[in-house]
Ligand binder design. Structure first.
Ligand SMILES: [Zn+2]
Length: 101
């Protein structure tokens, strides 16, 4: 299945977001802002839930993939963001919490 590649801007900071395939093997493409987290299109959360439901035991592997993916995002971005009062929470943690709610 081919999807048109389009880079979106973060609704919060207007930075161009990175695109990644959720957990690499899910086939669900999501947009990620390094500072503000992941943005899902309509239906994508459902597809991710289905992906996880079909392979429940894979959840730990998914968390690991997300952590790796996030680290890659971090390294790719050039300037380090200005120090914040509170460091951003890990992306994979937010995603997992969202999914398992
Ligand atoms: Zn942002």
């Amino acid at each position: 299945m081919l999807e048109e590649v389009r880079y979106r801007r973060c609704p919060d900071c207007d930075e161009v977001m990175d695109r990644m395939i959720f957990a690499r093997v899910s086939g669900v493409m999501i947009d990620v802002c390094r500072r503000h987290g992941a943005f899902l299109d309509t239906g994508e959360l459902k597809r991710i839930r289905r992906f996880l439901a079909e392979d429940g035991p894979r959840r730990h592997a998914v968390a690991r993939e997300l952590a790796v993916e996030e680290e890659r995002l971090r390294e790719r971005r050039r300037p380090p963001p200005p120090p914040m009062a509170q460091p951003p929470r890990p992306l994979w943690l937010e995603l997992l919490e969202l999914l398992l709610r």
